[in-house]
Design a protein around this ligand. Sequence first.
Ligand code: TYM
Length: 334
Amino acid sequence: MKKRIFSGIQPSNVIHIGNYIGAVKRWVESQNDAEKENIFCAVDLHALTVPQDPKMLRERTLELMALFLAVGLDPDKSILFVQSHVTVHAEGAWLLNCITPEGWLKKMTQYKDKSAKQEIVLTGLLDYPVLMAADILFYDTNEVPVGNDQKQHVELARNIAERFNHLFGETFVVPEPLIAEAGARIMALDDPTMKMSKSMAHVKGHSVNLLDDPKDIERAIMRAKTDSGSEIRFSKDAEKAGVNNLLTIYQVLTGKSQEASELDFANARGYGDLKKAVAEVVISATEPIRNRHKEIMTDRAELERIMRVGADKARVISEPRLADVKRKMGLILP
Ligand code: TYM
């Protein structure tokens, strides 16, 4: 039996190299693994958990779909769809809400961080991980490739699955988070003690975004914060976080080992050489994506067709599980 893989990304703001390295690049690798059946979703309902401009959200959702294709996801090999096109997600989240203790949600680190920054905390923000659990569980997902910051949410999905199975009998597959060894937490270029974050992506120098032009990429990386030393090596020391982050980006994008990556800089004259090399690998990884994205965005009708086909395939998998759950919970099926 093939393993089922499900993952998602929000169409909010731009997509940065942290999202690419921690998640999307690994989805493309997963797609090329014959033992896996892959489902990738643009989670527009999740984006609504913080205020959005409606026109921008529509545009970004379309752009994200185009980005899926531009990075190499193939609608003939993977299911690619928009979350709100499949009503199972919202309906399933409601059903799971009714078995999820609110205390579980209030403990989520991301909720605590994000809610502290909002004047009005929307109920959707608290409920966000239950919607994410519905995304995962209604597809009988085995593995969820995500960055480190989503691990706690996948663990919550496991807890919800186990609780449902305990209350109503074996129903949901209990999913595993798949976290990469390298690059699961790419740090901000301007402050390597903080993770690179979409909500800060508009701040110059914070991140490199997949669709940035080469000049901006070079500028952001050349200005990346490092320490006052000159040693180019992987390190867990707080003061070497900047160098460690740049080396990690280099390692993942070149596909080299840690040792081979360090060796490439054995004769470097300083951090300038490291930054130049990182800028080069980031530009050569992102430039083809940027060019393909531009081209794909010119054919909206084709993008919309791909979304429709993806949503049709997603429904075939998730609707029977939704009916099963409704019946087990005591609802009369129409
Ligand atoms: P989102 O849109 O914030 O991020 C998308 C993916 O990028 C990863 N990521 C990072 N990886 C490494 N370094 C970073 N600095 C970094 N920042 C983000 C995230 O871990 C994620 O894998 N709730 C999710 C989307 C979601 C989902 C799902 C994921 C909704 N339903 C079901 C998996 C399965 C989110 O907001 O990701």
